[in-house]
Write a protein that binds this ligand. Structure first.
Ligand code: NAP
Length: 743
């Protein structure tokens, strides 16, 4: 077999939302350029690999989900390698590299990758390359790009060592390898594929039109040197890029600021290292109605229940910074749809019609939007394991595909930008897209695309000459994910009902987005319930006769974020803003349990709640005060961040107090109240088996609360920082410190 002669390696991925899979596929696609054959498999396909017998290097790419859990597809693999019966040399012949994906906004960063790595080591496996921990919170590419850059040399080094006759375990020779190749701590620097203007499939070394030391003379054209051009088309392409640069330079005389579509020197004059163009692997054919099988869209939503929204209430005053809504769903027709307080559920939401229309328009498909899409893998594809995406149902229409299947709001990855370069007609736009996906343009990518959460419709608006084919969108856009919400009720209090609360997310205007936009699901829900919405100060909705809207939902059973089974255990709940949601369910349940079991000595309950203004967004004020009156809630600790700030600063906003400062007399945030009650809370937690729950914003609040807890533990137990961290980690392990946080 010819391919037996080519060095082979194996890629195994564990993906929840497709991120790890797409990185794994990217590596597999690039393998041939490095003279390697990559076999790729999902970790869930156990029959396709045998690690204990694997004679080639293995590259693992694994995500982490939830509170540090493995992706669903990786659960069984983790369970298998964790088996205590496995001998400590079970994987002594395995040579592997591992890239863990995670998000530092959440607890247990990269936990799945770390768990697998640790266990593989315990089973005798050998690293041939340093483990990478890529952080989605700060940008995966910061670690991802250099890690991939270095992995090729590491694989080759591993292959050569493994094929040597003595075949010593790499663990023993890792130090030798490190000398040649500093990968384990800093991946070797490998020149990325350089931009080729003519042949996008095989990028080779040519200089992009402007060299960094290009001289500009007033009124004159910059003199540049283009090397390595092999054909007339190369030269023509380079010339047109050069003209584009010239235009851009002229433009820069007027536009002093870089923007999504314009760059300034040095980037605009730099040679670029752009990623290799992933060869297209899908073919989309549009079928006329009579030739296509009828598409049954209900099959696509079969795991969801369609339920009516029976109540919709605006919880915040009209002038509040954020609008919070309460929605109540009638789930009584679906007896299997059960939940406990603390569980969350998924809402299926469509892409915005106006954005779908804009994409259809750009693709030139408005007149064909009702035609059916027949998708196939291209016959000539070199992509290993290429398959049509499972989230695109057979025979769906173009409009259905763009509305319900593809996440058109996702932030385009660099590989997608790279592919879009070839779909842009305007040379300036081509160059800018090249910059944005290049190594040199990383800062601009982060600033104008990633940090602003720019999406495809916005990008296409700005890059007006870019007309990608539908198949490219299907290859690069991830699956449209349902959006999770926490239940904000108990079925003991609201039988047959499921309530939830959310704020309508607002993304501000930014370069590339002239006007702000609302979050996809929260904006859609707000529009959907507008006709039946009960607004503040009114008892009824403005349109009493309106038909109840319906939405598709399915339960996600969290398994851990539940009230303790022991009713005597003290309960400490921290939930500012809509982070209050699960605790409403906890307290409703507790109130009924107390009524039904008068002899039980229930543990004390604390709720730390915060919002901006007492009169503007204090959610469920009456219900919370009722819990206090009935004794269900022992301590309600409130703070009003902007009332307090205004009071402290004599009407002006005060600076946010640092966590380490003493708590202000007038606490602004939930963590300040925790510090005010530090001793009591710490003792309950550390000496009286209390459970502590945190729900709400992951990016700031949950981190600050965690820091505060650390200080409280330090003070209470007289520990140093490291031991305080260990104590908190142990509480997490024991499921006595639980988070349900959202970024
Ligand atoms: P929010 O924006 O978190 O604001 C609530 C309060 O927290 C405000 O008083 C705010 O004060 C304050 N705050 C700001 N920074 C803080 C910090 N570092 N530490 C402590 N408090 C801080 O409230 P929200 O709009 O209701 O958002 C809650 C978050 O929870 C969102 O991220 C949401 O996605 C998430 N969540 C989602 C669900 C769900 O079901 N999907 C459920 C619960 C929570 P200032 O604004 O005055 O600074």
């Amino acid at each position: 077999m010819p391919c037996e002669k080519q060095p082979r390696f194996l890629i195994l991925y564990g993906s929840q939302k497709g991120q790890a899979q797409s990185i794994a596929e990217g590596i597999a696609d690039e393998a041939a350029e490095h003279g390697l054959v990559a076999e790729i498999s999902c970790l869930s396909r156990h029959e396709e690999y045998r690690l204990e017998r694997e004679s080639a290097p293995v590259v693992f790419i694994v995500s982490t989900t939830g509170d540090g859990e493995p992706p669903d597809t990786t659960l069984k693999f983790v369970k298998t390698i964790r088996a205590k019966t496995l001998p400590s040399d079970f994987l002594k012949n395995l040579h592997y590299a591992l890239l863990a994906l995670g998000d530092t906004n959440y607890a247990n960063f990269c936990n799945c990758g770390k768990t697998i790595d640790k266990r593989l080591q315990e089973l005798g496996a050998n690293h041939f390359y340093a483990t990478g921990h890529a952080d989605d919170g700060t940008g995966l590419e910061v670690v991802l790009d250099p890690w991939i850059e270095g992995v090729w040399d590491a694989i080759k080094a591993a292959l050569s060592k493994m094929s040597s006759s003595s075949h010593p375990p790499l663990k023993e020779t890792l130090s030798d390898m490190t000398k040649e190749n500093p990968a384990p701590t800093s991946p070797p620097h490998v020149e990325l594929n350089r931009l080729s203007l003519a042949d996008n499939k095989t990028p080779d070394s040519i200089k992009a039109p402007f060299d960094s030391d290009t001289k500009l003379t007033l009124g004159g054209l910059p003199s540049t040197e283009v090397t390595g051009l092999s054909s007339e088309s190369d030269v023509a392409a380079a010339k047109s890029a050069q003209e584009a640069q010239t235009d851009q330079v002229r433009e820069e005389c007027v536009v002093a600021e870089p923007s999504l579509t314009y760059s300034l020197p040095p980037l605009s004059q730099s040679s670029l290292n752009v990623p290799a163009l992933p060869p297209p692997y899908l073919e989309a054919t549009l079928l006329l109605e009579d030739k296509a099988e009828k598409f049954n869209s209900s099959l696509h939503t079969e795991t969801f229940y369609e339920v009516p929204v029976t109540n919709a209430v605006q919880m915040t005053r009209g002038d509040s910074v954020k609008k919070a809504l309460l929605l109540e769903l009638d789930i009584s027709a679906h007896p299997t749809m059960t939940y406990m307080p603390g569980d969350s559920f998924d809402v299926l939401c469509p892409n915005r019609a106006s954005e779908v229309d804009a994409v259809l328009l750009r693709l030139g498909l408005q007149d064909q939007k009702h035609q059916r899409v027949q998708l196939a893998v291209r016959r000539d594809t070199q992509k290993r394991g290429a398959q049509t995406p499972p989230h695109v149902p057979d025979n769906c229409t173009v409009q259905y595909l763009l509305t319900w299947c593809l996440e058109i709001r996702s932030v385009p990855k660099k590989a997608f930008l790279r592919a879009l370069v070839d779909c842009a007609g305007d040379s300036r736009q081509k160059r800018r897209l090249q910059e944005l996906c290049s190594k040199q343009g990383s800062a601009d990518y982060n600033r104008f695309i990633r940090d602003s959460s720019l999406c495809l419709p916005e990008l296409l608006t700005e890059f007006s000459s870019c007309t990608p084919p539908l198949s490219l969108l299907i290859e690069h856009l991830p699956k449209l994910q349902p959006r999770p919400y926490s239940a904000a009720s108990s079925t003991l209090r609201h039988p047959g009902r499921l309530r939830f609360i959310f704020t309508v997310v607002e993304l501000p205007a930014c370069p590339g987005r002239p006007e702000g936009r609302r979050g996809l699901c929260s904006g859609w829900l707000a529009d959907l319930v507008a006709p039946v919405l009960v607004r503040p100060g009114t008892d009824e909705s403005s349109c009493g006769q309106a038909q109840l809207p319906q939405i598709h939902v399915r339960m996600r059973l969290s398994g851990t974020f539940h009230a303790p089974t022991d009713p005597t255990a003290p309960l400490i709940m921290v939930g500012p803003g809509t982070g209050l949601a699960p605790f409403l369910g906890f307290l409703q349940q507790r109130e009924i349990e107390r009524r039904d079991s008068p002899d039980v000595a229930f543990g004390e309950t604390w709720l730390f709640f915060g919002c901006r203004h007492k009169d503007g967004d204090y959610l469920f004020r009456e219900e919370l005060e009722g819990f206090v009156s009935s004794g269900t809630l022992t301590h309600l600790k409130l703070c009003f961040s902007r009332d307090a700030a205004a009071a402290a600063a004599g009407g002006e906003e005060a600076a946010v107090p640092a966590v380490s400062q003493p708590p202000p007399a007038c606490p602004r945030y939930v963590q300040h109240n925790l510090r005010l009650h530090s001793q009591r809370v710490s003792r309950l937690l550390l000496r009286h088996d209390a459970r502590l729950y945190v729900c709400g914003d992951a990016r700031n609040m949950a981190k600050d609360v965690n820091d505060t807890l650390m200080e409280m533990v330090r003070a209470e137990l007289q520990l140093d920082q490291l031991d305080a961290m260990k104590t908190l980690a142990a509480l997490r392990e024991e499921k006595r410190y639980l988070q349900d946080i959202w970024g």
